[in-house]
Design a protein around this ligand. Structure first.
Ligand SMILES: O=C(O)CCC(=O)C(=O)O
Length: 274
């Protein structure tokens, strides 16, 4: 079993790590059914943001998954909020149209092109899972390993072509890949004849703006519950960071990761027992 600290070291070098079998078949089936329902109610739309508000009971346990959050607090410190929660399905296209193409190389929201090879904590990370095995027909995820540490750029004309340094990842349904937002990656066009479901829990630092609004009644109810339990980790997910000011002005004379660990422990100790 890989420990979270071992994962962290690999993540710093590679720019991603994969947690296997996080979501089970029953859970994924419910998300697919929700997608179908949303799509039918919205003229066949296939891409949905703000899905925590749209389906809080189906989504909250995924957003607040304890193992994923424990890892993210090691990566980003206890400053993790939900930027957006996206449930999408990529329609299938003809094999001829997909030949020799990738979906589109990019870094993710809140990133920048690295200017040194030093590792920096990401401003955001993507926790992506696919609700089916990513066979060649469904379209693997493509990554350029270590590109969060290199000033790699790709010309417009090459952004839909395979890259000489790419690695293809055939994720299994329910696995979760955690990417650094500086990692250059792309999907692959879907030629399976079925929908390619994609579920992305995108987290960013609490002092950035969030893309989903978090202001709807369902999300606000979750926030009220987190406040009631004095659960700072959960409050932060929903955009409220009560310790931000002291923790963002700590003096920075102790190793960040040690500091973060102490703050995480303090947050845990502060939770009110039910
Ligand atoms: O479709 C995929 O496999 C990757 C999607 C993607 O690039 C992203 O979430 O930023």
């Amino acid at each position: 079993m890989t420990t979270l600290d071992e994962r962290l070291e690999a993540y710093k070098t590679d720019g991603f790590t994969i947690f296997e079998s996080v979501f089970d078949e029953t859970q994924m089936q419910l998300w697919k059914e929700k997608h179908k329902e949303l799509s039918a109610a919205n003229n066949g739309q296939t891409w949905f943001g703000n899905t925590l508000e749209l389906a809080p009971d189906l989504m909250w346990h995924a957003v607040s998954n304890p193992t994923i959050l424990e890892f993210l607090e090691k990566v980003m410190g206890p400053f993790v909020q939900l930027d957006n929660l996206t449930l999408a399905a990529f329609p299938s296209i003809k094999t001829d149209d997909a030949e020799g193409k990738v979906s589109g190389w990019h870094r993710d929201r809140w990133a920048h092109v690295p200017f040194t090879d030093a590792y920096h904590r990401p401003n955001a990370i993507n926790a992506i899972s696919y609700l089916q095995d990513l066979t060649d027909a469904f379209g693997p995820l493509r990554v350029i390993v270590g590109s969060h540490l290199r000033p790699l750029t790709i010309a417009d004309a090459d952004r839909s072509k395979p890259h000489p340094d790419e690695t293809l990842i055939h994720m299994k349904a329910g696995d979760v890949v955690i990417t650094h937002n500086g990692l250059v990656h792309s999907g692959t066009p879907n030629t399976s004849g079925e929908l390619r479901y994609f579920f992305s829990i995108y987290y960013n630092l609490t002092w950035l703006k969030h893309t989903d609004h978090h202001s709807g009644p369902h999300t606000q109810r979750l926030l009220a519950e987190a406040k009631e339990a004095n659960n700072h980790q959960h409050m932060r997910l929903l955009g409220v960071d009560e310790q931000l000011q002291p923790r963002c002005n700590s003096g920075f004379l102790q190793c960040d990761e040690e500091r973060w660990e102490a703050w995480v422990a303090a947050d845990r100790a502060a939770i009110k027992e039910e």
